[in-house]
Design a protein around this ligand. Structure first.
Ligand SMILES: [Zn+2]
Length: 613
């Protein structure tokens, strides 16, 4: 009797908690959801202790004032899981049709099969909503007693039918349309159209960002822009984990990574993180936003699975590569770890300052006395030519910008190739030794004809290719009827642009005094500087030039660097080093340069110039 009444008491106590639990999605999830090893690498009851930042987000799901939730979150931050918890909460507590969209139908179906359906099956609070009819339980359409979950890929055809109370868009910035900037119907608007018949609808989008104009960054900025603020364990003032406060020693990033409180400059170590996060709260930064739209930014510093040391190591490595012209990893770090967009124009601005630091005090057109030769790179446009002349030293492809400019016609090119350039001391005169002229895009036949007619100028037609096995190759253009090349005929130089752009970016990253630095004269013009900073390596590792920018000088410099390598200037370096220098690169056996060193006639012995005269 006593036992029974105790049971009744206990039941009613549980029941009394059920109502508030129902209203609080994260508490409901903690009490009702268990993840088995089939759905989670960390099986057990769902917990928010290590990710307390999801609590407010999940509360917002049940908040009648909130209609739109944007998660601009890093990798490893459980953003997809958080969106799924929102769906599970709706199934058990607030049913209504759900549209779930992922970048592809396959990715969407995989999530349905490997997570959603398993969690429903394995948790009684959700399983009781199943109809019992197998046909209702499909990957693309999960029919439950009071609602349907439509599972779709990001494709206009798949998003135009059903009316839904909840629309969840996962990884929006990976939708093909936005990746390729296609001018199709806007998929996000199209999907959100589905909610228009529901006053109490909920829109939810999640992604790591890409570029400033990308979907998730735009949505984050439209919303109230919340940051997760936590009290400093030392002074108690609030701050958020961001790159500005992230400190480490570049020589030992793994062991030294920590945060510095912006208020007291105190050192916050990773052991402080769990408690700080539990005491944290989301604070809106955008008072202008519609109160219906909450948007949350979360970098990977908050992730329960990523160590700060790992992030510091990743950043140091990415920075080193960026200095060599390979921005892929830095781009990825900014998007995936900082959850911020990658802005190529900002990157270019930094480069202009770097370039200006490479200026010496020579006037334009004047050659340093220690130079051994001049090369030219000419970019061909329909109405003009753009050129860059460079001087080269003996060591490590040391180089100096001599002149940049535009020419109207082939006669101007002829005259420039024939002109002389004086050295700083006035005691030496230089002529352009050799060069390349672009024949890939414009006026191909005319360029060939010019190079053929004036072969003594040692100007060769060239064409850039993104993927090649070697840095450069020569194709014979002028052939006899039997297919053999005509002696002295025009030969096309094919340039591996990926190789030379990386090489050039690496040279430009050297400091003024470093061996092999790539110096500029005292007053490079703005066009030259702009062109040199226009191109960048995108996240796929491909060099791209934004459509609004010009890059002719950069192309000219690529041709100059190719010419210098073809002339064997790099090999001359090995020759000039002391024999006992341990890091002297071996002289390639095929190169006959060394014996001729004193006369500097290497240009005549090189395969590039052989056969021209
Ligand atoms: Zn502090």
């Amino acid at each position: 009797m006593q036992l029974a009444s105790l049971q009744t008491l206990s039941d009613s106590w549980v029941k009394s908690w059920q109502i508030p639990a129902k209203l609080n999605p994260w508490r409901w999830a903690e009490e009702n959801l268990e993840f088995t090893s089939r759905v989670s690498p960390l099986p057990g009851n769902y917990r928010t202790t290590s990710t307390p930042y999801v609590r407010e987000v999940l509360e917002a799901v049940a908040d009648p004032k909130v209609r739109h939730i944007t998660l601009c979150w890093s990798a490893q931050s459980s953003k997809t899981t958080t969106a799924l918890i929102a769906i599970f909460y709706c199934i058990a507590n607030d049913p209504g049709n759900v549209l779930l969209v992922r970048p592809s139908l396959q990715a969407a179906k995989s999530l349905a099969e490997n997570k959603i359906m398993l969690v429903i099956d394995e948790n009684p609070a959700l399983a009781q909503q199943k109809t019992g009819d197998k046909n209702d339980y499909q990957k693309v359409m999960i029919k439950l007693k009071n609602m349907v979950i439509f599972v779709r890929g990001a494709n206009a055809n798949q998003l135009s039918a059903e009316s839904c109370k909840v629309v969840v868009l996962d990884e929006t910035d990976k939708y093909e349309q936005y990746k390729e900037e296609k001018a199709e119907a806007d998929l996000v608007s199209l999907a959100y159209e589905r909610t228009k018949f529901y006053k109490n609808h909920l829109k939810m989008d999640t992604s790591t960002p890409t570029v400033p104009s990308g979907v998730i960054w735009q949505l984050y900025n439209e919303g109230d822009m919340r940051l997760y603020m936590m009290p400093c364990p030392i002074c108690g003032a609030e701050f958020n984990f961001c790159m500005k406060c992230f400190k480490f020693d570049s020589d030992n990033p793994k062991q030294t990574a920590h945060f510095e409180c912006p208020h007291c400059a105190g050192k916050i170590e990773e052991r402080h993180k769990p408690q700080m996060m539990l005491n944290g709260r989301w604070v809106a930064q955008n008072p202008e936003a519609d109160e219906e739209h909450r948007s949350y930014l979360l970098p990977e510093f908050y992730s329960p699975v990523t160590r700060w040391g790992e992030l510091a190591v990743k950043f140091v490595k990415a920075q080193k590569l960026a200095k060599m012209g390979n921005f892929g990893q830095l781009h990825n770090f900014i998007n995936s770890s900082l959850a911020e967009p990658w802005d190529p124009t900002e990157n270019a601005r930094r480069d202009i300052e770097q370039l200006q630091a490479l200026c010496d005090d020579r006037p334009e057109g004047i050659v340093p006395d220690e130079a051994v030769g001049l090369t030219i790179g000419i970019d061909t446009q329909d109405l003009y030519f753009e050129y860059v002349i460079r001087a080269w030293g003996r060591d490590n492809l040391q180089s100096w910008l001599v002149k940049h400019g535009k020419l109207d016609d082939f006669e101007d090119i002829y005259n420039l190739m024939r002109s002389r350039f004086t050295s700083v001391s006035g005691t030496k005169q230089f002529r352009i030794t050799a060069g390349l002229i672009d024949s890939g895009g414009h006026r191909t036949a005319e360029v060939y004809e010019f190079c053929r007619k004036y072969s003594s100028l040692r100007l060769r037609p060239s064409k850039g290719e993104r993927i090649m096995r070697r840095p450069w190759e020569i194709s014979k253009i002028d052939k006899l009827a039997n297919g053999n090349p005509i002696p002295g005929g025009v030969k096309l130089v094919r340039i591996n642009t990926t190789y030379y752009k990386d090489f050039l970016a690496g040279k430009l990253a050297l400091n003024f005094d470093e061996p092999g630095s790539y110096r500029l004269h005292a007053d490079p013009d703005q066009d030259y500087l702009d062109h040199m900073c226009a191109e960048y390596r995108n996240s796929k590792g491909i060099w791209v030039c934004p459509s609004s920018r010009r890059n002719e000088s950069f192309d000219c410099e690529v041709m100059n660097l190719t010419t210098a390598e073809m002339l064997g200037l790099k090999f001359a370096t090995a020759e000039d080093k002391k024999p006992d220098t341990p890091d002297a690169p071996p002289t390639p056996p095929t190169n006959p340069v060394p014996k001729k060193k004193k006369r500097l006639p290497i240009y005549h012995e090189n395969p590039y110039t052989t056969g021209i005269e």
